[in-house]
Design a protein around this ligand. Sequence first.
Ligand SMILES: *Cc1c(COP(=O)(O)O)cnc(C)c1O
Length: 398
Amino acid sequence: MTASNDNHGTTSLDTDTVIVTAGRDTKSQRGFVNPPVVRGSTVLYPTANDLHAHRGEFQYGRHGTPTTKALQEALMALEGPKCAGVGLVPSGLAAISTALLSVLKAGDHLLVSDSAYRPTRNFCNGMLARYGIETTYFDPLIGAGIEALFKSNTRAVLVEAPGSQSFEMPDVPLIASIAHARGALVLDDNTWATPLYHRSLEQGVDISIQAATKYIGGHSDIMFGTISANDAAWPLISEGIRLLGTCAGPDDVFLALRGLRTMSVRLAHHQRSALEMARWLETRPEVLKVLHPALPSHPGHAIWKRDFTGASGLFSIILKPSPQKAVDALLDTVKLFGMGYSWGGFESLVIPFDCSDYRSATTWAPGGPALRFHIGLESVDDLKADLERGLAAFNAAL
Ligand SMILES: *Cc1c(COP(=O)(O)O)cnc(C)c1O
């Protein structure tokens, strides 16, 4: 894969420029800014000679189209010079499962952060276990202590920075340096920060995964996943995708690229509003704790400051000990915070969660009911007023 075209070879462009220009090839699109949605399976070869030699930029729909190429090039430029390739898959979970299947084999051992996305655990405990791959979960705050968990057959470590419900912030560069000394690859579910705010490949991560369903899509209208890999891991990922026959639908590829072009302005707004909401919630008597890595009160704040250039719109709070009916009164009163899974779209969301029944390396006992918020692009004043009504209903139901 080559670099982008429409930035005219200019090096050291700001990421805000890269995200708008990378992967554009207006000349081959007869002047149009965006690539067409190429729906295609068969690619015709002009001569028998070309057919025998598999000559031509595109071979078969599953292996890539002008639409997938544009998105891959844009993502590669955004991930930075360490990125050797980007795989496009039909969901965030498919990105995780495809990446794990691509780098592991029977008899291998895998280390996974105890704060990882729950379906990631289900995949490890279900399919990977059936294929003879053992998973050990580790405390995301283990730091250098992870060394003791390595076995002679530990092949990979999966981190999520921060955990997308509980927001523990692992020390990714430290874990990566220990993993590499042991010959293991490091996978990072980088969905929360995106490559805009966390260049994980530059922090020692070998495989950086995005649930592009979230901020890249940005409009709650697609399921999509991306796998970005460095030189060490890309041959495995590329082979895995080829062998598994994984590919994404052309409309979703187009919408992911369309979403990516505005991700920088959307994320900046999500960041600003979420921080304002988080700071406001810290002052509320109903709230025991706010779990947001960009707040100085967060235990992972120093790592966030060192490794990240921004924060997105997702954070959690712990309410003071209260009965379920009080929490439900809050949830049923708010109007601007929809109740639903996923996040990363333009709209605000709230969801109650409890990690206590599936954690295995750590204990989840935060001291009260937990709520996760996604702060969307609505006015912060409206969101505060809405939540204020919710908190009043909470208090009334205590
Ligand atoms: C949503 C999410 C996923 C899964 O993405 P889907 O596109 O829903 O399959 C993976 N990891 C994290 C952190 C997520 O939030």
